[in-house]
Design a binder for this molecule. Sequence first.
Ligand code: ATP
Ligand code: MG
Length: 287
Amino acid sequence: MQEKKLKIAIQKSGRLSEDSINLLKRCGVKFNNGLGKLKSEAENFPLEIYFLRDDDIPEYVADGVADVGIVGENVLAEMQKNVAAIENLGFGKCRLSLAVPKNFDYNSVQDFAGKRVATSYPQILSSFLARNNVKADIHTISGSVEIAPSIGLADAICDLVSSGSTLFQNGLREVETVMQSEAVLVSRPNLEAELQKILEKLLFRIKSVKSAKQNKYILLNAPDKELSAIIALLPGIKSPTVMPLAESGWSSVHSVINENDFWEIVESLKNKGAEGILVLSIDQMVG
Ligand code: ATP
Ligand code: MG
């Protein structure tokens, strides 16, 4: 019997494409993602990859055309399909925000009452406004939302923001965050046992890649008299590895540190006399 394959839908071309492809590749999945391809079979993992528009991914997964997918939480919330987010992926971070023209005298969300708000996210926006007891006039447009106020189509917009530079260039000011978003792995409910097994194997790898990204491998030379103080700064997975250097009075210390504490730890290490500090990225961190 032929082995079943898990079908994964990822964005064909856009902000999530490169990170989605890189994630699968770092999971050790080999496939051809040549230009214009709609579908690809992995060479060394029971996976078929479908390249689709991001808006279509929740529906294709809900309908069983694909079993799992990678999509932004914003699209998932807007489409309201029967799919579940099973793992946050740490990329594609952005927020859906309300923004008004610079000369709009804005005080609170009540100021949207009776106003025309342009957005590509009518579902998310209308439930946000309903939660705040605001009745506004939502204009759904599929793209270039940020120009709607300047062409007289709307009084305000609700759109995705990451740095805010697009808003700024269009004379808009962000005033409310409606939702935070990042890319997530989604799945249709009740996968067959065989597919569920493949998904779990993939998820295990995804988690290893994610924790590797959050950690760095650090090597340094420590004067023996400061060794215990230096070890105290480095938690490691269990505890740091310490090996004597050829030069007496010195040791080499190896450990793993969290990316977020990285600079503070390096400064403290230097203050304790550590030398030759090398920091390496980790490809995978298993278990
Ligand atoms: P498609 O052709 O696949 O429909 P698109 O134009 O709708 O693409 P992109 O602009 O590529 O979509 O954005 C895809 C996703 O990337 C968004 O839904 C969102 O989750 C995420 N994203 C991250 N940062 C931003 C940002 N600054 N602006 C827009 N989307 C962002
Ligand atoms: Mg889209």
